[in-house]
Design a protein around this ligand. Structure first.
Ligand SMILES: C[S@@+](CC[C@H](N)C(=O)[O-])C[C@H]1O[C@@H](n2cnc3c(N)ncnc32)[C@H](O)[C@@H]1O
Length: 347
């Protein structure tokens, strides 16, 4: 009797651990983490026939991917890795893994310009998982903009937000140069802001952004997008070059916190970006902080931006380096990401 109970407990424990590992693989797969960065742990070790089928069901064959597909080439790389690993262990590979790989290979030339990534997040042990579905262009620059692709700074500031949820609680947040909107969508779903206004200055970016908002949130009876009962989500065109005080008064009303990621790559934008930030600080009574994540590709450009803050009566503080804990991402080793907290200079 005792042996039976002990075996049962061991089996249940192993199943729980296996499920946990599979969930981890699923999370990494859905956000298209580069395969070489996967934390596989022992998921593929001695993988049984049934467990192989289960892995396929919980990754490539997920129903949600029919509506919001990942990049075909990424799925091929994932399947090839799994098959190669199993073959190298001399394990019999499930027929469905081969068949699925063939099916994906046959459509690899039809690679769409756009595909989706799914970010599954649990900010606290006891929280439910939240999923953010993001449509992005495969190219870093396309249609004359950098805003159709997710940049690492967006992941970094999202990670920071998840680790500092209290800063956003019940606040009115605005994001400038939001691109795909990843950071704002994560904040809206996980950090309980009162409202989040997601903005960008490029027409094509706004089109994609609106689609992303639409795919992640429900519209309520007031015709606005909501998350739960608390958070209102708006997406709108806001070009720093043409922003006016009238626009701020009529369209933005309340802003407590400004955020932006990867928006200081071009020194021709500094003047207009800082004019916008200063106007928001001056016209929104509670707006005191601008959190900016920047991938440092050129130290001179960044230095020029930081020096310019003084001429707008602004000052900065460098925040501690952000490390990946709640999201799967890794900063590019050649362009480390810095987070700045920018405030008005005291008189
Ligand atoms: C490198 S992308 C970063 C996008 C996003 N924040 C991210 O990190 O994934 C820079 C963004 O700034 C936006 N941008 C550039 N100039 C702008 C302007 N004058 N007004 C508003 N947004 C602008 C671009 O449209 C683009 O979406």
């Amino acid at each position: 009797m005792f042996t039976f109970k002990f075996r049962l407990v061991c089996t249940l424990f192993t199943m729980k651990t296996e499920n946990h590992c599979l969930l981890d693989i699923q999370t990494q797969f859905l956000c298209c983490l580069p395969i070489k960065k996967f934390a596989w742990k022992d998921t593929l070790k001695d993988l049984s026939w049934d467990a192989q089928k289960n892995l396929l069901n919980e990754t490539v064959d997920l129903v949600i991917l029919q509506k919001y597909p990942l990049d075909t080439n990424y799925v091929i790389r994932f399947l090839r890795f799994v098959i190669n690993d199993l073959e190298s262990q001399a394990i019999e590979v499930h027929d469905d893994l081969y068949t699925t790989l063939c099916a994906y290979q046959s459509k690899s030339n039809e690679n769409a310009e756009y595909f989706y990534k799914h970010y599954r997040i649990r900010a606290n042990e006891n929280d439910d998982f939240q999923t953010v579905i993001l449509k992005e262009n495969r190219n870093k620059i396309s249609q004359g903009t950098t805003g159709l692709n997710i940049w690492e700074s967006a992941l970094a500031i999202s990670e920071w937000a998840l680790q500092n949820k209290n800063i956003f609680d019940s606040k009115n947040v605005i994001e400038l140069g939001a691109g795909t909107g990843l950071s704002s969508l994560i904040i809206a779903k996980c950090c309980s802001p009162k409202s989040i206004c997601i903005t960008d200055g490029h027409v094509k970016v706004i089109e994609n952004l609106l689609e992303n908002v639409h795919n992640n949130f429900e519209k309520s009876s007031d015709d606005r997008f909501h998350h739960g009962t608390q958070t209102v989500i708006d997406a709108m065109m806001l070009d720093w070059m043409t922003i006016t005080e009238k626009f701020i008064k009529e369209r933005l009303m309340q802003v407590d916190l400004i955020i932006a990621a990867d928006v200081i790559y071009d020194n021709l934008l500094f003047e207009s970006l800082l004019t916008t930030v200063r106007m928001l600080f001056d016209h929104c009574d509670n707006c005191e902080k601008f959190m900016l994540a920047n991938a440092v590709r050129n130290e001179d450009t960044e230095h020029e931006f930081l020096m310019k803050l003084g001429t707008f009566g602004l000052q900065y503080q460098v925040e501690p380096t952000i490390t990946s804990k709640l999201l799967y991402w890794e900063p590019n080793e050649f362009s480390p990401i810095k987070l700045y907290s920018i405030t008005k200079k005291r008189q």
